[in-house]
Design a protein around this ligand. Structure first.
Ligand code: AMP
Length: 189
């Protein structure tokens, strides 16, 4: 099963992806997590990405596509893994097209895009809370607004691109409630 977990920043993609990954033996590939690890390690890529992330803009397509391409085979080769959840990727139509060809080369394809929906007001409140708890440098009010605008202008078209595979999930409620909605929406094997 190859899933895209889609939605605005703060929709709960990371939390839900971790749960789905554990429950279904799916690799969890998060470009945001990979980028934060590069920033923390102070790599040249991390130094380059940090400013972009702090402004709430998108890191270039080539960089994130390369990150996924580098990890996909390695992740899929791990024991007990029978698919993948893409979390925070693809975020542009160019990334979506690159992902489709990466998968097609391996005779694979995306089965579903789960679009977690949460209003902008709720997002801002959640992310400001997270900023207070986790000190993420990309979680200040200005960056949050920017990330949301980037989502609307550049990332929403990805859901259109995968319209036939897209299922909307109400992202408001407890973490368990959202997990149950996602489970109910998963394609039947
Ligand atoms: P996330 O944790 O997925 O919200 O990602 C945090 C930040 O990393 C984003 O605001 C972007 O600056 C960058 N980023 C993560 N994934 C991507 C992607 N697929 N394309 C471009 N930039 C990304």
């Amino acid at each position: 099963m190859y899933l895209i977990l889609f939605g605005p920043p703060g929709a709960g993609k990371g939390t839900q992806a971790a749960r789905l990954s554990a429950a279904h033996g799916l690799a969890h590939l998060s470009t945001g997590d990979i980028l934060r690890a590069e920033v923390a390690a102070g790599t040249p890529l991390g130094r380059q990405a940090k400013g972009v992330m702090d402004r709430g803009e998108l890191v270039s397509d080539n960089i994130v596509i390369g990150m996924i391409a580098n990890r996909l085979d390695e992740e899929l080769a791990k024991p007990g893994i029978n698919g993948c959840i893409f979390d925070g990727f693809p975020r542009t139509v160019a990334q979506a097209k690159a992902l489709d060809s990466m998968l097609a080369e391996r005779k694979l394809a995306i089965d579903a895009l789960l679009k977690i929906e949460v209003s902008e007001d709720e997002i801002v409140e959640r992310l400001l809370n997270r900023a207070r708890q986790q000190h993420r440098s990309d979680d200040n009010a200005e960056t949050i607004r920017n990330r949301f605008r980037t989502y609307e202008s550049t990332t929403l078209p990805v859901a259109e691109y995968y319209a036939k595979l897209c299922t909307k999930i109400n992202g408001v409620g407890s973490i368990d409630a959202v997990t149950q909605r996602i489970e109910a929406a998963l394609p039947k094997a």
